[in-house]
Design a protein around this ligand. Structure first.
Ligand code: CMC
Length: 392
């Protein structure tokens, strides 16, 4: 009741209070639970950051070991989940496969549907999803290839285990490259939370109806899939490849992006909140250089990316609108160097964002937030008389 304020896209509407992530878009600052993204990317590892986001503090050694071990014993998927996966056509987009498999966990663990689950029960749901998502992601990729699935190896750390399930071939030795592993940890940390973005808001709003953690995260994965959100990392590489195939003329594409009659946008540029360099893009750009150098990859697409960035940063259109490269601009280049196929890029984003979604879902539940239910301003017809079909 009362006056309804309209704010399409929620540009100025806060949906919640939150103690998880601090973001200052003007200054380009990002902190998880008070720790800067720079310090965490440099010094921490992905599971430690996951614990920090979900439980609010860096773990003690004992808590960390327990968390990591609990995750290790849940990495396996029920064989019937494998059967569901095998039912997908091999050309299914892995994001659709991933959200479906995550939602299927509601059937394998129906106790997770109970909104009054004990905190031990919620802990188990959290551990299960953290443990199983990398297996689902890697298997979605193997299914695309038509290759046999590689089962988790719980002697390996979280990232190495994922890389092995993605790339190993049965009966052959597989060594995880430490450079790749380090870069993967960094990338996942940088993606781990970003306050009330589209997918996180989705997770919170679905969870606000007391839907289960798995159902809420499955919804978040679908939101992330869109090209204006996480799907941008796939779209960036596709754009760079198009530019390359079209003779490498970056100016032509900058002009297209500026043309208001052309729907083309420079993918990987601009952000709802950052009106300055995305601090994550800065770290990723450096990591991309290191990974490419150490792996000896010479990627012509990287040159195009650098050329585009340089030109856009001094172009009046982009300067005026404060459009800077975002996290997705460089992440795809590293994923490519690691041998991850383009359609798996957004899946990599989902693996990284998972602890953020969990932390936000848990915070929303613990704060007993009301069901999310925006209002609207109706612009349709007034009341009118029904006309029978034969008279229309
Ligand atoms: N290329 C060309 N023009 C752009 C771009 C772009 N990438 N981004 C924004 N603009 C223009 C836009 O046309 C508008 O111009 P005008 O004021 O003349 O109408 C102005 O800049 C403001 O843009 P907006 O669409 O009102 O801003 P928004 O906050 O609604 O959108 C965005 C933010 C990220 C969706 C948008 O910048 C975009 O579409 N970027 C490309 C897709 C992308 O890289 N997405 C990844 C975002 S970061 C990570 C993530 O969320 O996954």
């Amino acid at each position: 009741s009362g006056v309804i304020t309209l704010d399409p896209g929620y540009k100025n509407t806060g949906s919640t209070t939150s103690a998880i992530t601090f973001l200052d878009g003007e200054k380009g600052i990002l902190r998880y639970r008070g720790y800067t993204i720079e310090a965490l990317a440099e010094k921490s590892d992905f599971l430690e950051v996951s614990y920090l986001l979900i439980y609010g503090e860096l773990p003690t050694k004992e808590a960390y070991d327990k968390f990591v071990n609990d995750i290790k014993v849940h990495t396996m998927l029920h064989e019937d989940i494998k059967a569901i996966l095998e039912g997908f056509p091999s050309n299914a987009h892995p994001m659709g496969v991933l959200s479906s498999l995550v939602c299927s966990l509601t059937a394998f663990y129906p106790e997770s549907l109970d909104p009054n689950r004990s905190s031990d029960g919620v802990y188990l749901s959290i551990i299960r999803i953290l443990a199983k998502l990398p297996t689902m992601a890697a298997w979605a990729h193997k299914n695309e290839l038509g290759h046999p699935f590689i089962y988790p190896n719980n002697y390996l750390d979280y990232c190495s285990n994922f890389t092995r399930m993605m790339f190993a071939v049965p009966a052959e030795d597989y060594e995880v490259d430490p450079v790749v592993n380090d870069a993967l940890n960094k990338l996942l940390i940088l993606h781990a939370d970003h306050e009330q973005n589209c997918s996180t808001s989705t997770v919170r709003i679905v969870g606000s109806a007391q839907a289960s953690l798995y159902a809420s995260i499955s919804a978040g994965i679908n939101a992330l899939w869109g090209p204006l959100h996480g799907g941008a990392n796939q779209a960036v590489i596709e754009m760079l490849e198009n530019i390359k195939a079209d003779g490498g003329d970056t100016k032509k594409y900058l002009d297209k992006a500026k043309d208001k009659n052309d729907p083309f946008r420079l993918m990987g540029f601009g952000h709802r909140v950052y009106k300055n360099f995305d601090p994550r893009a800065r770290i990723i750009k450096k990591a991309a250089d290191q990974v490419l150098e150490k792996l000896g990859v010479n990627d012509p697409v990287l040159e195009i990316a650098k050329g585009l960035e340089e030109a856009a940063l001094v172009d009046e259109y982009f300067v005026e609108r404060k459009l800077y490269p975002n996290v997705d601009f460089y992440s795809g280049i590293i994923y490519r160097a690691m041998g991850i196929p383009t359609d798996m890029f957004t899946v990599m984003f989902a693996l990284g964002r998972l602890p953020g979604w969990i932390a936000q879902w848990k915070e929303m539940r613990e704060n007993q937030e009301p069901i999310g239910r925006p209002r609207q301003i109706y612009t349709g017809n007034n009341e009118r008389a029904y006309i029978p079909l034969d008279q229309r």
